[in-house]
Design a protein around this ligand. Structure first.
Ligand code: LLP
Length: 415
């Protein structure tokens, strides 16, 4: 099902004209479809329905509290990586008993906050973190439930910046030393071992690396059993890709049908941490062409969104689809670089796009729901964009556009 589609040549977000949203809320404007979010969450939940499971949406992909709340209402858990994300999930009404806490640099304060909220599990990423968590929990008279996030050393075959399961990545504990660490953890008074986790990378299109990782993790589970350590869950991470252009993403059902047979006969709850696959295609970024600029070499369309709003193209050379909001145009089709107003040559959202453009035209960057707004910054003192959620014919601001006063809040002149 398409949540953003053309009707008579006009782009709609569910049942609302994208142009109406642009007029009402201004541009640049992130738009999310509630139906898309819900359907994508349900696809994962249903795919894992043959086994005990918990889908923990990865908050980093899109952390707006309205997005989190829509998912929480469906029973979603959450994968967080900071005290800030914990705060958001609780503010959004998320259930702490469904939170897993990943991340390589958890501070003692973040551990205390998470223990205070009584989250389900810490995904511990190093020996040092294990000791710190033990001591923080023990001092509070608590036992922190943990999974070790192991690094299974498989190549996820994705962009190096978003690949996390190889030995040279900073993530997780080398699977070769995991057994020793579990044995140590089993003796710690502030630790209760409940599971194991792995996450090998993002925008994965092939199931094989995930299956290889799972084989290695299952072998570890067997070795642990042999020394009397029995795990309750396996967290298979997130990472399923989405279609930006012509990729053939793994559907949750296909993914689950490949993974689940490996678990048969084992009494393990399955956890997963999808981010992009839930929210990526549930969002777009509407922007307006400010200036058309042509020289002998190139045609540039300078739009009012920039790298500060959506950094994926320049950071990962990510190709994101850019379309006209109104398909019809009498302008000549030319080859454009779609660039922002920020003072960096890296400030582009698309290169070599064949489009008919005039100043004032509206464009939409598709598949911008994940790692769009959450990676936005205020570079060049640009207020971050407004975020809107559409639900059928209804539309609501879920984050107001920042004001200039917002941008200097907390700054002070010298006395
Ligand atoms: N779990 C852990 C431990 C993670 O590190 C991540 C993502 C996820 C789950 C969710 O992965 P997903 O299902 O969204 O692929 N900014 C980059 C992506 C960075 C992903 C970081 N970790 C991008 O825009 O492509």
């Amino acid at each position: 099902m398409e949540y953003f589609d053309y009707r008579d040549g006009e782009l709609f977000a569910e049942d609302v004209r994208a142009s109406e949203l642009a007029t009402r809320y201004g541009t640049p404007c992130y738009v999310y479809s509630r139906t898309a979010l819900e359907n994508r969450y349900r696809a994962f939940d249903e795919a894992l329905s043959p086994v005990p499971h918990q889908v923990c949406y990865a908050v980093k992909a899109n952390s707006n509290i309205a997005v989190l709340n829509v998912l929480a209402r469906l029973g979603s858990g959450f994968d967080i990586v900071s005290g800030g994300e914990l705060f958001r999930v609780l503010r959004a009404g998320g259930d702490p008993s469904k939170i897993v806490f990943s991340g390589v640099g958890k501070t003692a304060e973040e551990m205390r906050d998470a223990l205070n909220a009584n989250i389900y599990c810490f995904n511990v990423e190093s020996e040092s973190e294990l000791h710190r968590l033990n001591s923080v929990a023990h001092k509070r008279g608590q036992r922190a439930r943990i999974a070790l996030r192991v690094n299974p050393d498989v190549d996820a075959k994705t962009h190096p910046y978003i690949s996390t399961g190889l030995k040279n990545n900073k993530f997780g504990v080398d699977i070769a030393i995991a057994e020793r660490l579990y044995a140590e953890a089993a003796k710690m008074p502030g630790i209760e071992i409940i599971g194991v986790a792995s996450h090998i990378g993002s925008q994965l299109l092939d199931v094989q690396p995930l299956l290889d990782a799972m084989d290695r993790v299952l072998a570890l589970i067997d070795r642990l059993k042999a020394i009397g350590i029995n795990l309750q869950h396996i967290d298979v991470g997130g990472g399923l890709g989405v279609r930006y252009n012509d990729e053939q993403p793994l559907e949750p059902g296909t993914w689950a049908r490949a993974l689940l047979p490996k678990l048969s006969g084992r009494d393990l709850k399955v956890m997963t941490e999808p981010g992009r696959a839930i929210v990526g295609n549930a969002g777009l970024l509407i922007t307006r062409v400010e200036t058309i600029k042509c020289n002998n070499e190139k045609n540039f369309a300078v739009i009012d969104a920039a790298m500060n709003d959506l950094i994926r193209p320049t950071l990962y050379q990510a190709w994101m689809k850019i379309v006209r909001v109104n398909e019809k145009s009498s302008a000549e089709v030319k080859n454009y670089d779609i660039v922002g107003p920020v003072c960096e040559s890296g400030d582009w959202l698309g290169k070599d796009r064949e489009l008919a453009l005039e100043e004032g035209d509206l464009l939409a960057v598709r598949t911008a729901g994940a790692y769009g707004f959450t990676m936005a910054s205020n570079y060049n003192t640009r207020p971050r964009a407004v975020e809107v959620m559409v639900d059928g014919e209804r539309h609501t601001i879920i984050r107001a556009r920042e004001t200039l006063d917002d941008l200097v809040r907390g700054e002070a002149l010298l006395p």
